[in-house]
Design a protein around this ligand. Structure first.
Ligand code: CA
Length: 366
């Protein structure tokens, strides 16, 4: 095709105002890249504090990539928790369109619908790799999208913590009975299980955990893992660091996009958002995996006492979690998601138990 014919054909096939940069610059054979489109500025509200370069940083990674993919025409400004809206009001804010996009954990909103927990994590649920395989290849995203339609939201996976730690305790837990009367910051279905085991459960945003532990308003708190926990200073106000975080084997963070705002976007802006969210999803987990080991070492060297949860507590929590998760299945939408999620976990655990787990166990022994 002659260059002028190609330009003419491309111009006819595109809407007015689009620039066709690669052919205009004369790169023969290069595909036409759309660099035009409306100048847009969106607000992104995060549930996290700016200092957390892992969990908050993933939203900035996403926003920057969207800007780069649209030649700076589609810009997203990221606001930390509390600046435009409180940490736990991200869903409402995106639903109403106060912000076009949000970055949060859906299990903060299980008071609205318990099925939202499956978008983040549930006790003894999927690991990060299992969640991503379910979301991208096991129909997970489609099932969750149907749920989020009730809130006028399109959701995308947007980061994962991997298996979390069990958190910081000012009292030893040597048996499940030691949980009785303990006051602990723990969100989601994990909080509901802890409640059944006798814990007084508190919902507190990340930035407010330290003062609550320091003044003794709570006896225990969990956040994520060594890197974030070290930054938040928990080692200075709690003595014991327990593992594993059985309530969060792979917490998935989500980007929420207001459906009306999404539908008004040019297709290539939608593609940019989708690609940037996938990059943020990869960024967060690899970042945690990169920075947790050194923090863990420093915490241990600094005198933190690392303890495993007692077996009877794990067994009681497991039984209680299975019971709790099944209770929701009287709702058909919950049941659809639960059935798919649980079946995925059973199938993939049989495989991971053989491959990843036996290898990791052997290597850890050295
Ligand atoms: Ca957590």
């Amino acid at each position: 095709m002659q260059r002028r014919d190609f330009v003419k054909a491309a111009a006819l096939g595109s809407s007015a105002g689009l620039l066709l940069s690669s052919c205009a610059s004369g790169d023969s054979g290069a595909p036409a890249v759309q660099t035009g489109g409306p100048a847009l500025r969106w607000r992104l509200v995060s549930s996290y504090s700016r200092g957390l370069d892992t969990i908050y940083g993933a939203a900035e990674v996403m926003a920057e990539r969207v800007g780069n993919l649209t030649s700076g025409r589609f810009r997203i400004q990221v606001y930390p928790a509390g600046e435009l809206v409180p940490a736990f009001e991200v869903l409402e804010s995106v639903q109403k369109g106060t912000a076009q996009i949000g970055h949060t954990a859906s299990y903060y909103y299980i008071g609205k619908n318990p099925a939202l927990a499956f978008d983040t994590t549930v006790p003894f649920g999927l690991t990060a790799r299992q969640f991503n395989s379910w979301a991208y290849h096991g129909g997970g995203i489609a099932l969750l999208r149907a749920l989020f339609a009730d809130y006028n939201i399109i959701n995308f996976p947007g980061g994962n913590t991997g298996v979390q730690m069990g958190g910081w305790f000012n009292r030893e837990v040597n048996a499940v009975s030691d949980l009785r009367g303990l006051s602990m910051r723990i969100p989601g279905m994990g909080g509901r299980v802890m409640d059944r085991l006798g814990v007084t459960v508190q919902q507190i945003p990340g930035g407010e955990i330290y003062p609550a532990l320091e003044r003794g308003a709570i006896d225990a708190a969990e956040w994520v893992g060594p890197y974030d926990d070290e930054k938040l200073g928990f080692a200075q106000v709690a003595r014991y660091y327990y593992y594993p975080g059985w309530w969060e084997p792979g917490a998935n963070l989500s980007f929420y996009i207001n459906r009306n705002a999404w539908e008004a976007l040019p297709t290539h802006y939608q593609h940019a958002l989708e690609a940037a969210a996938a990059e943020a999803n990869q960024y967060m987990l690899s970042r945690y995996d990169a920075v947790n080991p050194a923090s863990f070492r420093r915490l241990v060297e600094g005198g933190t006492e690392v303890r495993a949860f007692p077996r009877d507590m794990l067994d009681a929590a497991y039984a209680s979690a299975q019971e709790l998760l099944k209770e929701g299945t009287s709702d058909p939408e919950y049941a659809r998601i639960y059935d798919s999620y649980a079946a995925w976990g059973r199938d993939s655990s049989a495989w991971f138990g053989t491959s990843e787990q036996t290898f990791a166990d052997y290597l850890h022994g050295h």
